[in-house]
Design a protein around this ligand. Structure first.
Ligand code: NDP
Ligand code: X2W
Length: 370
């Protein structure tokens, strides 16, 4: 009897790369919930379910809760309480064969856990601010402490700032990706093309006036974020001291007297709009500005450029991973206003983190994000 042979076509078909085991810590938070949603629907991860972790706990204990209990919007029909969330233990993470760990945890916790993960051969995408800043004077705002300062300094030096539009190649091979801040992402993407092209009159100063929805502050209500303060209100805060200023200085190669960032709290759940004011060195026309932006972002699927004078709005980016950018140039050809918008929980946090995972895994940058 003739035996069945696989066709040459099938035998020679490229094997699908095996997706790495992923773990997510801090899944009970706003960013962690969005991360879980993106990873559970990610096409390249369909055969590999991430493990979801809460705070540190005992090695032997079972699930502390379920993803569906924490985030009811993640419940699939008929699957109440079906995705376990375990206390964070290194044993569980290692035993699961974790290759990539997302930390959607407070800065101090991320600072502690990153060296412990890297020492175990696990790559990290950290959503906190703990590893974003190379210069001590910029990082001091976080008041971080290190159990092993020498190792921390080495890891800090190798940490890659996880802005794919600026550092795509370095992210692909990184062991530690420091995912950018939400405000920082909106302002850096608006400013980097013209600053790098040397068109901006830096000494005249750049002003970044950015406004964020309340979810940017995390899930715990504070005096400044509870409903009675935030609703029907608009307020400026941290005028000269916001911790994202250091990211602007380092990523745009500016000094503190060349840029002023003032954050504002908007009475909406999510979304950031940054209005960036600057002066150009020479009188320029709109088509030149457009060409600089288009060229800079020609390989960046997550940045949408608007034709001037059309300007982006928060409602068009919420629940997407896009950063939308538009500008208007004054009739003198020198005074320029650039407006950028993004969703702080997606392009400003979890979506950008998945973009970085895609690069680290060699997948399309926009996989699972459109
Ligand atoms: N919200 C945003 O727009 C953005 C946030 N980020 C960063 O992402 C990270 C998460 O932010 P977000 O989701 O908003 O914050 P949330 O406050 O909503 O969530 C924080 C998460 O961390 C957990 N957690 C708190 N303390 C500890 C601890 N000591 N050890 C372990 N886990 C702990 C919380 O668990 P529990 O439920 O038990 O309290 C929760 O899961 C932060 O570093 C934040 O700075 C970055 C960019 C934007
Ligand atoms: C509205 C609001 O409060 N936003 C936060 C920034 C959120 C963010 O990007 O977080 P990390 O830099 O902490 O990771 C703030 O201003 O502190």
């Amino acid at each position: 009897m003739e035996t069945l042979q696989p066709s040459t076509e099938i035998a020679n078909a490229p094997t699908k790369p095996v997706a790495p085991q992923i773990a997510v810590a801090g899944v009970s938070g706003y960013a962690g919930g969005e991360l879980a949603r993106l990873l559970l629907h990610h096409p390249a991860l369909s055969g590999t379910r991430p493990i979801f972790l809460g705070r540190a706990g005992e090695a032997e204990v079972g699930p502390s809760t379920s993803l569906e209990a924490l985030h009811p919007y993640l419940t699939a029909p008929g699957h109440h309480a079906s995705t376990p969330v375990f206390p964070f233990t290194w044993n569980r993470i290692v035993d699961a064969g974790t290759k990539v760990l997302f930390l959607a945890t407070p800065h101090e916790q991320s600072r502690e856990w990153v060296p412990e993960a890297i020492e175990r051969g696990i790559k990290v995408i950290d959503l906190s601010g703990a590893w974003r800043l190379q210069e001590t004077r910029n990082r001091d705002v976080y008041r971080l402490t290190d159990a092993n300062p020498k190792l921390a300094a080495e890891l800090q030096a190798e940490a890659v700032y996880g802005c794919p539009e600026l550092h795509r190649d370095a992210i692909r091979s990184a062991r530690l990706v420091a995912n950018p801040g939400c405000y920082s992402t909106s302002m850096i993407l608006a400013l980097a093309p013209l600053v790098q092209a040397g068109l901006v009159d830096i000494d005249h100063g750049i002003i970044c006036d950015a406004k964020s929805g309340v979810s940017g502050a995390g899930k715990a209500a504070t005096a400044k974020t509870h409903f009675m303060y935030a609703a029907d209100n608009l307020s400026a805060y941290n005028v000269f001291g916001h911790r994202h200023t250091g990211e602007l200085l380092e990523q745009l190669h500016l000094s503190a007297d060349q840029i002023q960032f003032t954050p504002h709290l908007l009475p909406i759940p999510r979304g950031i709009l940054a209005t960036n004011y600057l002066r150009l060195k020479q009188s320029t026309d709109s088509s030149t500005i457009s060409a600089v932006f288009s060229n800079f972002y020609r390989h960046s699927p997550m940045v949408r450029l608007y034709p001037s004078p059309q300007l982006p709005q928060i409602q068009h980016v919420v629940r997407t991973n896009f950063c939308d950018i538009g500008f208007e140039l004054a009739s003198d050809g020198k005074r320029l206003v650039i407006v950028s918008c993004l969703d702080n929980l997606l392009k400003g946090a979890s979506g950008q983190a998945v973009q970085n995972l895609n690069l680290m895994c060699g997948w399309n940058e926009q996989e699972g994000l459109l």
